[in-house]
Design a protein around this ligand. Structure first.
Ligand SMILES: NC(=O)C1=CN([C@@H]2O[C@H](COP(=O)(O)OP(=O)(O)OC[C@H]3O[C@@H](n4cnc5c(N)ncnc54)[C@H](OP(=O)(O)O)[C@@H]3O)[C@@H](O)[C@H]2O)C=CC1
Ligand SMILES: CC(C)(CO)C(=O)C(=O)O
Length: 338
């Protein structure tokens, strides 16, 4: 049993973390802005569904306005574009000397460290698949890679403690000295997921389309080139091979795409969170916080990222209702990728 753990953002990722940790006997408190979800979690319990495991866990839960007290261990699991807003609410609840772990996609650790200091920020990478279905119900679609590490790469007591907590959820979670490598690897993989979300197809069907392979290759290559410009050594996981994309090695990229197709064939979460935001939740995606950030970084380095930039425009078009999800949108990117 560790000190109480506050989970800020109790959706797909945070909900699974909270339910598993509480079931294992840890003291967990959930915070979410969705009032109905908070009520169900604390009364009837949070139902984890799907092929990995099914159970229901009652969880102490609050909206941000209801929350009292300070916590030494906080896991942040809101969408990347909600990070700043969540930090406004969260910071008053961080105990002196406490830390925040970012269980998110993107480079949120930078914004968190700017607000609370790098010494109070722990890096984390998550790739398991989950969907928030409705208040009190989360689909756990598949197990996948998870890693934790200090921003400066030095392993200490607290990263060992967070690693032990993550292993309650994902027994193969890794304690790494290169958390930025995982986060950049996920930015590369994430760019491919954004392209799949331009279409109504599942992740595996979209990535398998031979005519769209040049687009996935170009996206992965542009992100890995930026990682190199940032002196990052990206790491692979669940089929994503950063070296193949950096080298634009055709055979390597084909093998990596095949491996990602295979990985995503074995999940009950058939579509990405990005697709879900567009097709089901009808709301903004994390495109600016993830891909837009990369395009801006490319401009800073004088390294053009035409495929990423076009994809941001197309995702914006879908968000604004100017276009509908269709494989035709990936066709529009093919001429950029010869
Ligand atoms: N789902 C997945 O399979 C994976 C997701 N990720 C990443 O994990 C992160 C979390 O994603 P995910 O769990 O899917 O997202 P969800 O939308 O399922 O969960 C986020 C929850 O946080 C709530 N929220 C938003 N703002 C605040 C706030 N200020 N304070 C408290 N709660 C807030 C949201 O409410 P509302 O819905 O009203 O905004 C929502 O209930 C993202 O960066 C995502 O890319 C990474 C790997 C896999
Ligand atoms: C699909 C997944 C789970 C990565 O495997 C993801 O990160 C997302 O939904 O955005």
């Amino acid at each position: 049993m560790t000190e109480p753990i506050l989970i800020w953002g109790a959706g797909a990722i945070g909900g699974i973390l909270g339910a598993y940790l509480a079931r294992a006997g840890h003291t967990v408190h959930m915070v979410d802005i969705v009032e109905d979800h908070v009520h169900v979690m604390r009364q009837r319990g949070l139902a984890i569904e799907g092929p990995v495991e099914a159970f229901t866990q009652v969880l102490p839960s609050s909206t941000p306005a209801e929350l009292e007290g300070r916590f030494s261990r906080i896991i942040l699991a809101v969408k990347a574009h909600h990070t700043e807003g969540a930090l406004d609410m969260l910071v008053p609840h961080l105990a002196p000397g406490g830390f925040v772990v970012s269980a998110q996609n993107g480079l949120n650790e930078i914004a968190i460290a700017e607000r609370i200091g790098p010494q109070n920020t722990v890096g984390c990478f998550v790739n398991y698949g989950a969907d928030w279905l409705e208040p009190g119900r989360i689909l756990y679609g598949n197990r996948a890679a998870v890693a934790v590490g200090e921003l400066d790469g030095r392993t200490g007591d607290r990263t060992r403690e967070v690693h032990a907590l993550l292993r309650v959820v994902e027994p193969d979670a890794v304690l790494t000295d290169n958390i930025w490598g995982y986060l950049w690897g996920k930015l590369g993989y994430g760019a491919l997921l954004f392209a799949t979300a331009l279409t109504p197809l599942s992740m595996s069907h979209a990535m398998a389309r031979p005519e769209h392979r040049p687009v996935y290759e170009a996206l992965g290559h542009e992100v890995m080139r930026l990682a190199a410009a940032q002196n990052i050594r990206p790491l692979g996981f669940n089929g994503f091979d950063p070296d193949a994309f950096l080298a634009a090695d055709r055979a390597g990229m084909a093998a990596s795409l095949d491996a990602m197709v295979e990985h995503n064939r074995h999940t009950a979460k058939t579509h990405s969170g990005i697709w879900r935001d567009l097709a089901v939740r009808k709301r903004r995606t994390e495109v600016d916080a993830q891909v837009g950030l990369l395009v801006a970084l490319g401009q800073k380095h004088g390294d053009a990222t035409p495929t990423l930039a076009r994809m941001v425009e197309l995702i914006h078009d879908i968000e604004a209702g100017r276009r509908k999800q269709s494989p035709d949108l990936v066709d529009l990117m093919v001429p950029l990728c010869s």
